[in-house]
Design a protein around this ligand. Sequence first.
Ligand SMILES: Cc1cc2nc3c(=O)[nH]c(=O)nc-3n(C[C@H](O)[C@H](O)[C@H](O)COP(=O)(O)OP(=O)(O)OC[C@H]3O[C@@H](n4cnc5c(N)ncnc54)[C@H](O)[C@@H]3O)c2cc1C
Length: 350
Amino acid sequence: MHEEELFDVTIIGGGPAGLFSAFYSGLREMKTKMIEFQPFLGGKVHVYPEKMIWDVGGLTPVTGAQLIEQLVAQGRTFDPTVVLGQKVTSLAKDEDGRFVLHTSSGEMHYSRTVILAVGGGILKPTKLTIDGAERFEVTNLHYTVKSLARFKGKTVLISGGGNAAIDWANELEPIAGKVYLTYRKEMLNGHESQVSRLLNSTVSCLLNTTIDRLVAASDHETIKKVVLTRSEDGEQLELAVDDVIINHGYERDKDLLAKSELNIAMENEYFLAGSPMSETSVEGLYAAGDILHHEGKLHLIAGAFQDAANAVNKAKMYIAPDSRAHGMVSSHNEVFASKNKELMKHLYTK
Ligand SMILES: Cc1cc2nc3c(=O)[nH]c(=O)nc-3n(C[C@H](O)[C@H](O)[C@H](O)COP(=O)(O)OP(=O)(O)OC[C@H]3O[C@@H](n4cnc5c(N)ncnc54)[C@H](O)[C@@H]3O)c2cc1C
């Protein structure tokens, strides 16, 4: 027996799949831990905090930020142990069949079962390769748009020609003072309707151009001007800006599965080959959300929830084979009895 604390379920990844797994694992009364690389929970919904999400059942449109808030609150319902800022680097089983998780910090975690909710891996925005650019990241060089309001009345340069860059340009156009978009190619690479909206707006699209230099203001801390180079003739164009937003895509760190000691079957380099019940090729190891592939897979947040419940139910059966195959519905489930009492008191004493 390890001296270290042993958990029933350890969930790797704190996105929608991981958070719903944490909730459901608590509902099934299992001792639960969740490990997330980022210093915050919410997964890739953080890429689009200001966008409206319409297709999560039962929720009238919510922004990404609102959805994160609700997912995190739900995920914490049964007080799982949450470890932030740790990357799980390898997965193994010890001689007793328990999972041993190694992390980048050197800390190890021990668990009877594991749920992989790692999405497409750890997302890191592709950064500008201009020397010294990182010093502006604390001021006016951005790799994501956390709040549109921040750019009110500002002159903003967006670099990128994919969906995210185009969406940000369209959304900022009525809010910012002026929006420029620089893209290295001749044709934008987004959804047709969004590209048309952009081309018919006041956004100035500077196609076939790339960022060559960032010119600092006298405080040396903010970007004052950006120098663009046109690919056809090398001509340079200088723009005075208040803010620069970069969306050159994301790099994905998928080392965990690629380097695992366990023989985890993959569908291809992106997806894990699982069953519709969220099982993997390794006993006691389950998967949920974007990482999972099976014939009924729904690549939506709604699909991640079903994967998560299936993964937790399977984990429960693995640990306690005599337990029910499915969790009881929440409306008259005893695990909520004391929480319901509190809620009712609040509801009827308003
Ligand atoms: C721009 C955009 C718009 C979208 N709009 C919608 C929409 O409207 N409706 C909809 O249903 N879906 C939408 N999606 C898809 C949706 O965001 C995903 O399906 C969902 O986030 C998947 O959840 P997940 O938990 O499987 O993975 P993720 O959200 O990717 O979370 C995985 C988490 O695991 C962590 N992680 C990975 N590897 C490790 C490791 N080794 N150690 C520790 N932590 C690790 C990551 O840091 C991440 O936080 C959209 C996606 C994008 C990019």
